[in-house]
Structures are given as structure tokens and as C-alpha cells.
Design a protein around this ligand. Structure first.
Ligand code: HXC
Length: 262
């Protein structure tokens, strides 16, 4: 799936891809080169019909991603900063709308653009030493990769405003109570737990899992009536698949289903 300078893309289990941000000397900060590679990697995974789950994580044990690269951004003009934000937002949107589930696995700092990257994943698993935050105000700017919007949708307006206005660091336990992360594990258990979760998703009907993601991701931006209509369409579509026939027959036969991903 291509070779990268600042990323690792591995597939240790059939259908389970692991994308590792790999610039540990800069705490995996997102410079332009890394963002371009991230885009290419996401496109490669999107083109893989056998993909089931993508895990996104950071190398080095200190950070998921400590934000956009401040040293690179420092000299930007307003127009360059807007272009940088828009380009990266498109990459994060590509992650959010990737057909397969994407799980952020956060051990260490997920700050600024790092938290925004994690929030563009379907959900977040964290280690006990994970630290989240949107510290852009401490640099005299705002979040710029969708953080004002995704954080608000995830934790609610008042809590998002507090975090965006103070820029404070949020420890894993608080992130759990905010609903920012789904689970918190001791650091040594984080990857094994992420794989266990990925495998349990990969064992389900693959078309159905993709349809669930589409119903939730597309439906949340619609009014309830339209969203439920969309769900009915998606539900109906499930009955056109071999996986539906196999899944229901296997239940009746009292055996494990052998899904065909079609
Ligand atoms: C560039 C970074 C970086 C970043 C860390 N580094 N974060 N480089 N951009 N975002 C580099 C440091 O410069 C240092 O390299 C090395 O990584 C280790 O970091 P230290 O600061 O020495 O480590 P520590 O003292 O443990 O502090 C860790 C930290 C701190 C709390 C995470 O590094 C920090 O506050 N980083 C910035 C976090 C941040 O503000 N993120 C938001 C960025 S703005 P050298 O070579 O100097 O020793 C953003 C906006 C997105 O994300 C939207 C844009 C459109």
C-alpha cells in the first residue's frame, strides 16, 4: 500500500489495517508532508475492498499527534493558513467517510490537530496516559481542522466552548466522562484491546458494518424524519446482499455465519 516517510501502514491481520503516524521526534506533529501521505494512505485503504477496520495510532509512546506542526505554520500568511486548514479538513473528512470503521488508538498527547484527527475517526480508545485538548488559543489562533465543530457535536456546546477557550489539557479519565473517548485502558493493554475490538467488528457482516457507518455518519446531519427514511433505505439494501442470506440462514441453522462481503 505504498511506502511513506512519516507513516507506517501495516496489515497484521487480514482486513485490519494499522496506520501509525511516525514522526516521534516531533511528537508526530502534522506537517504538510505527513498530511499528504495521510491522504494517500486513506485513499489506498478506501480502494481495498477487503478492508474491514482501520486503526490509527502514533509512534513513540509519548504522543498520538501533538498537533499541526507549529514550526511549519509559524510563517503562514492568512491565505496559506486557510489553504492548509481546508486541505487537511478534506483529509479528515476522507477518514470520516471511509467506508470501513476507523478507530483512533490514543496513547499520549492528542492535542490540537491531533485531537481533531482522533475525532474524525469513528471513535477513540485511550490509554490511561492519554491527554486531549485544543490548545490553539494558547498560540493565539483557533482550531482549524474542524475542532470547533466536531468537539461540539461530540461533547456538547458548553463543554466544547470551555475546552476551546481555555485550551486546557484533558486527562483520559475526564475524556471518558465527557464522551470524547469510548474506553480507557492501561497503556500495555491498549493495542491488544484495540485489536480485540477490531476483530470483533471484522467478524460481523462486512456490508452491514459499512452500512451502519453510512447510516450514522450521513444521518446525523439530517433531520430525524429524513435520517429515519435513509435508515429504511439502508435496511432494505441489506436484503439485497449474500451476507443477509448467510447471516439469517446461519442463525436458523444454529451455526456461525461465513460472510462473503457482498
Ligand atoms: C511542532 C512539536 C509540536 C508541534 C511538539 N513538538 N509539539 N513540533 N509542532 N505541534 C516538538 C517540540 O518542539 C520538541 O522538539 C519535541 O516535539 C518534543 O516536545 P517537547 O515540547 O520538548 O515535549 P514536552 O515538554 O514533553 O511537551 C509535550 C507537549 C508540548 C505538551 C505536547 O510539546 C506541546 O505543548 N506541544 C504543542 C501542542 C500544541 O499546541 N498543539 C496544537 C498545535 S496547533 P524540539 O526539536 O523543539 O526539541 C494545531 C492547529 C490545527 O494543531 C489547525 C491548523 C489549521
Amino acid at each position: 500500500m505504498g511506502s511513506y516517510e512519516n507513516l507506517l501502514l501495516e496489515s497484521p491481520d487480514p482486513g485490519i489495517h494499522v496506520l501509525t503516524l511516525n514522526r516521534p521526534r516531533a511528537l508526530n506533529a502534522l506537517n504538510r508532508a505527513t498530511i499528504a501521505e495521510l491522504h494517500a494512505a486513506v485513499q489506498a485503504i478506501a480502494a481495498d475492498a477487503e478492508a474491514r477496520v482501520l486503526l490509527v495510532t502514533g509512534a513513540g509512546g509519548r504522543a498520538f499527534v501533538a498537533g499541526a506542526d507549529i514550526k511549519e505554520m509559524q510563517g503562514y500568511t492568512a491565505i496559506e493558513a486557510q489553504a492548509f486548514a481546508r486541505r487537511t479538513m478534506a483529509v479528515l473528512r476522507a477518514i470520516e467517510t471511509l467506508p470501513v470503521p476507523v478507530i483512533a488508538v490514543v496513547d499520549g498527547y492528542a492535542l490540537g490537530g491531533g485531537n481533531e484527527l482522533a475525532m474524525s475517526c469513528d471513535f477513540i480508545l485511550a490509554s490511561e496516559r492519554a491527554v486531549f485538548g485544543q490548545p490553539e488559543v494558547s498560540l493565539g489562533v483557533t482550531a482549524g481542522f474542524g475542532g470547533t465543530q466536531r468537539l461540539t457535536r461530540l461533547v456538547g456546546r458548553a463543554r466544547a466552548l470551555e475546552l476551546l477557550m481555555t485550551g486546557r489539557h484533558v486527562e483520559a479519565a475526564e475524556a471518558l466522562t465527557l464522551g470524547l473517548v469510548n474506553h480507557v485502558y492501561p497503556a500495555q493493554d491498549l493495542m491488544p484491546e484495540a485489536f480485540a475490538l477490531a476483530r470483533s467488528i471484522a467478524a460481523q457482516g462486512p456490508v452491514a458494518v459499512r452500512l451502519v457507518k453510512e447510516a450514522v455518519q450521513r444521518g446525523q446531519d439530517l433531520d430525524l424524519d429524513s435520517a429515519c427514511q435513509f435508515e429504511a433505505q439502508v435496511f432494505g439494501l441489506g436484503f439485497s446482499t449474500a451476507d443477509q442470506k448467510e447471516g439469517m440462514q446461519a442463525f436458523i441453522d444454529k451455526r456461525a455465519a461465513q460472510f462473503l462481503n457482498r
